[in-house]
Design a binder for this molecule. Structure first.
Ligand code: GLN
Length: 188
């Protein structure tokens, strides 16, 4: 029997609606996560871009910081969502980031990201984007911009410096759903 994947999108602040649209387009069932109990029964979780200090603050207020630390499933973190997962915040991803480190503090831009194993570049929207630093040994680089990692995988975590939910290209979300299917096969 095949049921749609159930994906939670952390809906405290930021671009959560756009992620929900992108995931529904790919056939997933989407729940907005605002309380620890909303994590139950999810096949995967998305932490969107926005403002990482605000997302962390609200997560702490609702007990979602501990709940997400304890969540065992695959997680997609984009932009502020990646910051929230790094060593200095929730400590789930084996990397650090420099916030707002692409160009000046206010700089936002679009650029083509080169993907590993795919000839077609992916258009990336970078909004006061974090720079990835200090990658752990087991972190796999899946996308680069000007020689720097901007899309990486650390086991069950998929992390992007940019905003894949703001373009029509579904490849990052597809990859995340494929990671979830893979994990389910390994468990079965
Ligand atoms: N600059 C933001 C932060 O530090 C991230 C920006 C984004 O998510 N687009 O949280």
């Amino acid at each position: 029997m095949h049921r749609p994947l159930r994906i939670g999108v952390l809906a405290l602040q930021g671009a959560f609606r756009e992620h929900a649209v992108a995931l529904r387009r790919l056939g997933a069932e989407v729940t907005e996560v605002r309380l620890p109990g909303d994590l139950e029964g999810l096949d995967g979780l998305v932490i969107p871009g926005g403002e990482s200090t605000t997302i962390m603050h609200l997560a702490q207020l609702y007990g979602l910081d501990e709940a997400i630390r304890g969540y065992q499933g695959p997680i997609l973190g984009t932009c502020a969502g990646m910051i929230v997962l790094d060593r200095k915040h929730l400590g789930l991803a084996d990397l650090n980031v420099d916030r707002n480190a692409f160009g000046r503090q206010v700089k936002s831009f679009e650029a083509d990201v080169a993907l590993a194993g795919d000839d077609r570049p992916l258009r990336g929207v970078f909004i006061r984007a974090p720079r990835i630093r200090g990658l752990g040994d087991d972190v796999e680089v899946l996308g680069v911009l000007a020689g720097e990692p901007v899309l990486v995988r650390d086991g069950r975590l998929l992390l992007a410096s940019f905003h894949p939910e703001l373009t029509d290209d579904p490849r990052v979300h597809e990859r995340f759903l494929a990671m979830i299917e893979e994990a389910a096969h390994v468990r079965a």
